[in-house]
Design a protein around this ligand. Structure first.
Ligand code: HEM
Length: 133
């Protein structure tokens, strides 16, 4: 999918605030800012749980299921480009090379989270498949 179309589709998924506005307008919207705080808080919790694999697994599963339960659902088709864009954003903002340990760590984290979304998506699709027909 063309990058711009993909971004437009991603923005449309947000219902609590209008994401189809300029960056300047969006970053002044308190609902958007609160959303960012929540997302940041979840990421922070995941980082805190890096040495507690069971709890980390539960939290990533919860984030995946929450997004997959949205209507329309936010699955791998959204998380895949997000991983790529987020890494590119970090590279450009921090002016670091691809193999920088910080960039690699974030890319790996988002790869694991996206993998979790994919796994949960497959499990949901399987559970919804009719076994009789
Ligand atoms: C690191 C990855 C992500 C994390 C940790 C995360 C976390 C969250 C959290 C905590 C919320 C609830 C926020 C609230 O109650 O205000 C949320 C909502 C939501 N997220 Fe994510 N998210 C991630 C990636 C994505 C991606 C890639 C998309 C795709 C566009 C997405 C779309 C949404 C939508 C549509 C909502 C509901 C808010 C609304 O309808 O306006 N998220 N997310």
């Amino acid at each position: 999918m063309v990058a711009r179309q993909c971004a437009k589709r991603q923005k449309k998924t947000f219902k609590k605030f209008d994401a189809n506005v300029t960056k300047a307008t969006l970053t002044k919207n308190p609902v958007f800012l609160n959303h960012c705080r929540m997302v940041g808080m979840y990421i922070g919790q995941m980082v805190e749980l890096l040495d507690k694999p069971v709890e980390l697994e539960m939290l990533t599963h919860q984030v995946a299921i929450n997004h997959l339960s949205m209507k329309p659902n936010v699955g791998a088709a959204y998380f895949d480009p997000f991983q790529e864009k987020f890494t590119r954003f970090m590279l450009e903002t921090l002016q670091k090379p691809w193999d920088d340990p910080l960039i690699k760590a974030w890319d790996k984290f988002l790869m694991v989270l996206t993998g979790k979304v994919k796994k949960s998506e497959k499990m949901i699709a399987k559970s919804q498949k009719c076994t009789v027909c």
